[in-house]
Write a protein that binds this ligand. Structure first.
Ligand SMILES: Nc1ncnc2c1ncn2[C@@H]1O[C@H](COP(=O)(O)OP(=O)(O)OP(=O)(O)O)[C@@H](O)[C@H]1O
Length: 229
């Protein structure tokens, strides 16, 4: 089943001679459980696409379907609930709350949603990401790699169907990047989650089931995907 689908998705910024066609007719399908890497030069439209897939912004035209539900027409309130329930975001800037400890950061989105924390599951995620000795630490007491793992744990904790990651290892050295990505991959496989990840790093992209290349707001190529073909 297609967990994500876009139809002739367009996002234009600005008007007339200043208009930028950040996305210019993107048709994309992602299977449940698939790990997709999005690559492309700077300014090609990768972040814009991720924002549209996650309902962080509205398309100019076209549609985004998540689990066959068209989210393009949802009002802001409904989009907000949709994001909290369905999507885990991992950004390059970890967006951790500095005054909350690691555990509190990880469960924060669940509590914001008024849901009950599945403690057994969250502990499993924490162990898998090697954070069990750090749950009482504040983000400022952690290394970049550890903070990134907390951001990943937070994205996984509410068991979202989809994880959207924008350069999740952008600030990390190569060895740590590989570790963090392997963990993300293993955890998503174990819990049947779908990952769409932007990266500039070809080595990191190779970890994905499929690589989608974007140029000038259009999909120029797609490689891999045999596993789900
Ligand atoms: N809020 C905005 N207002 C105007 N133009 C924007 C806005 N956001 C993005 N753009 C433009 O849209 C195009 C695509 O930007 P986007 O951030 O999606 O590219 P990207 O592939 O993610 O780039 P990078 O790899 O540098 O992050 C660029 O030309 C950018 O300048």
């Amino acid at each position: 089943m297609k967990v994500l689908r876009t139809e002739n998705l367009k996002k234009y910024y600005g008007r007339e001679e200043n208009q930028v066609r950040a996305l210019d007719g993107v048709d994309l399908e992602v299977e449940r459980g698939e790990f997709v890497a999005i690559v492309g030069t700077s300014g090609s439209g990768k972040s814009t696409l991720l924002h549209m897939l996650g309902g962080l912004d509205y398309p100019t035209s076209g549609n985004v379907f998540v689990d066959d539900k068209d989210i393009s027409g949802l009002k802001e309130d409904a989009l907000c609930v949709f994001r909290r329930r369905k999507i885990g975001f991992v950004f390059q800037s970890y967006n951790l709350v500095p005054v909350l400890n690691v555990y509190e950061n990880i469960v924060m989105p669940i509590e914001l949603d008024g849901s009950t924390v599945d403690k057994v599951y969250v502990e499993q995620v924490i162990r898998m990401l090697g954070l069990e000795e750090r749950i009482y630490s504040l983000p400022g007491q952690l290394s970049g790699g550890q903070q990134q793992r907390v951001a990943i744990a937070r994205a996984l904790a509410s068991k979202p169907a989809i994880i959207l990651a924008d350069e999740p290892t952008g600030n990390l050295d190569s060895a740590t990047s590989q570790d963090v990505l392997s963990l993300l991959k293993v955890s998503s496989e174990r819990f049947g989650q779908t990952i769409v990840m932007i990266t500039h790093n070809e080595e990191i992209a190779q970890l994905a089931d499929r690589i989608i290349r974007i140029e000038d707001g259009k999909i120029k190529g797609s490689k891999g995907g045999e596993r789900h073909a």
